[in-house]
Write a protein that binds this ligand. Structure first.
Ligand SMILES: *Cc1c(COP(=O)(O)O)cnc(C)c1O
Length: 361
């Protein structure tokens, strides 16, 4: 069933009803949406069915739809990039859809036919290709989402779902762009517990994190660094990004053991580092080790990785009564290297040795 072809109906917006495109220099993140969306339905009897590329529009849902009450929802985030020759490229889209299937398993939701959905996604991006920005750093953000739609208030897996893909032209994720951000090390709220849903991209994780984020922002920080929920000791991730630390000559990132989202950017940085002969290690790092490494001068760089911001250097950490300055508050050598390298790859300016790029059209 997972290899099943999806038959997609096309219901296009009339030429004279197309939206006006936003100013490319003021895109923000996820505030403008393209002309079309992809929608597909699931129920037990038919499996995935009624797949359609249609005008971007509201849903009409029963107020009892299960997603509204118990949050059975999963999503993904990836981008389409405009290459030099106007070719549109997707970066590792199969990995996003396979990760969505992992999230689906954890949340008792139906799995997607990866190849069929990828084909539909490519058709959608191609149809709305005029929305892929050509400004430096600007891209088309793609948001696949699945929600539980059966109207029922008893707690159990829904028997009906909608999967949809919407798309938004976006600028840089942080106002700082590729400049170091100040991060608050969160030692009271936690993001994910062992045995919980931390490794699934499911809405509840993000709803639960907003309080810590707003409190950190009120104190002047851009994001929070999450510590493990059991001992509040081990470093986990930064907001909705994975974290890397350069200590001595090692590039370190915490291991994936259930509470951390398995980032595709994280994996790409690990592979690029290996390609270029850098020493990488996935191991647990305590916040005390970071404080110590900062005092001895061994802490060279910290950066976070994610589709939205690509690479974001960390210039300062605030932990309890300590302020840790990293690389004098400047973007480090490796952060800059990975940022440039990844961006060049995603725009088709490097040899695609890992077969990460998928052409649209
Ligand atoms: C999406 C996400 C990431 C980054 O994953 P990418 O595949 O690199 O975009 C990291 N942490 C969390 C919590 C996330 O939701």
């Amino acid at each position: 069933m997972l290899n099943k072809e999806i038959e997609v109906m096309f219901n296009k917006v009339e030429e004279n009803q197309l939206k006006e495109k936003p100013d490319q220099d003021k895109l923000g993140f996820g505030v403008h949406f393209t002309d079309h969306m992809f929608v597909m339905h699931w129920n037990r009897e038919l499996g995935w069915h009624k797949a359609e590329i249609c005008p971007y529009q509201n849903f009409s849902l029963d107020p009892a739809a299960m997603v509204f009450h118990y949050g059975q929802e999963i999503f993904e985030g990836l981008k389409a990039y405009r290459a030099e020759n106007d070719q549109i490229l997707l970066f590792r889209p199969q990995d996003n859809l396979e990760r969505m299937n992992q999230s689906a398993l954890r949340m008792c939701m139906p799995r997607l036919p990866v190849e069929g959905v990828l084909k539909a996604m490519k058709a959608l991006v191609y149809l709305d290709r005029a929305w892929v920005p050509d400004n430096a750093g600007a891209t088309l953000y793609i948001r696949p989402t699945m929600i539980a739609t059966e109207p029922a208030l008893g707690l159990r897996p829904s028997e009906e779902y909608i999967f949809f893909i919407i798309m938004s032209p976006v600028g840089a994720y942080y106002a700082e762009g590729f400049n170091p951000v100040k991060i608050y090390v969160e030692d009271s709220y936690v993001r994910a517990v062992p045995g919980g849903v931390g490794e699934a991209k499911t809405g509840g994780n993000y709803a639960a994190s907003v309080k810590a984020l707003t409190e950190a922002q009120e104190k002047g920080y851009t994001q929070v660094l999450w510590l493990d929920a059991v001992e509040r000791k081990y470093i986990e991730e930064v907001g909705t990004s994975n974290i890397f630390l350069v200590i001595g000559d090692e590039i370190i990132t915490p291991p994936l053991k259930g509470t951390i989202l398995p980032g595709i950017t994280r994996d790409s940085v690990l592979k690029l580092a290996q390609d270029h002969g850098y020493k990488t290690i996935e191991r647990a790092v305590t916040i005390d080790e970071v404080v110590q490494a900062s005092e001895t001068g061994d802490l060279k760089e910290i950066f976070s990785t994610g589709t939205a911001a690509v690479i974001s250097p960390v210039g300062e950490l605030s932990y309890q009564d300590k302020v840790i300055r990293i690389n004098n508050g400047k973007s480090g050598e490796l952060s800059t290297f990975f940022f440039n390298e990844l961006q060049a790859l995603q725009r088709g300016e490097r040899e695609d040795n890992h077969n990460w790029l998928v052409r649209v059209g």
